[in-house]
Design a protein. Sequence first.
Length: 303
Amino acid sequence: MWISGYSPHPIVIFERHDEQVKTIVTVKETTELQSTENVTVGGHTVLFLKTPENCELYWDDQRVGFEIVVEYICELFTSVPSLFVVDPPLLWILTISNTRLPAVSVSSDMTKEPLFEYLPLSEEECVYLLKSFNSSFLSLSTTFPEDFSYTGSFGIHESVNINDGSWITIDNLISIGETCTTIYLRKTKFTSTDFNLLMKSWFNHKVNALRFLVVEADNFGTDAIFAGFEDELITVEGTMVCENYFGQTFEFPDDIKVLRRDDGMIATAALHSIGPCISIWPNVDSVRADEKGWYKLLPIDNL
């Protein structure tokens, strides 16, 4: 079951993978259609219309109605949504749950043909998405306003993917690393100096949620990332391998140098196809346990 706000009306979708059958429940404002009938949902009697495409429920207040419908369906089928797909102006859908959300995908509105360009979110929408909820996975395929800046805290996410990272400062990245385990950032303006500042913060026991970071950026050198830490670097024999939220694996070169801090945790950096990558490991022993040091990223206990 998943929830979509990627249309004029919020919908709940059930999908049976074995038969590839979808049942779609849509909530709309009250209608005067003559072919409707009355049904009771969660103790509320509302108008119902069955169409070839979906089941439509009509409420005086679409938002209130949708929240009641989702709660009713979850209780009826002892199930919870596994995915939220939303875009403006239906971002309020993300508020229907008081617990951590599963996977969340947010897109910007697009201009009409022939351009089909993404419209930037409002500053209010951006701030809401950055701090107002927690999730297992958050993907922001959105465009941020020009000159957008943010100094607040971030939500807690096992994995976060921000497609437009042009507004993200090093202070933002450090703050994200305090609450997010896996971070993917595209279209950033970061330099090796910024990554060096990130490593200094980590070495001083900040950004403690961070385990894996990939950034789209140019002109990076791993030596510059660890500048000033020459006496703290050690060499790890063998191949270090990380497994991310989606089960994808990332290998680090043999005999790579890693930065070890006083609690035994280690950090390493390498260049991948998209750009520089940093991975945090519990300790050297977790790497040397096998011929290849597999390390699957898991939620951080203290989040």
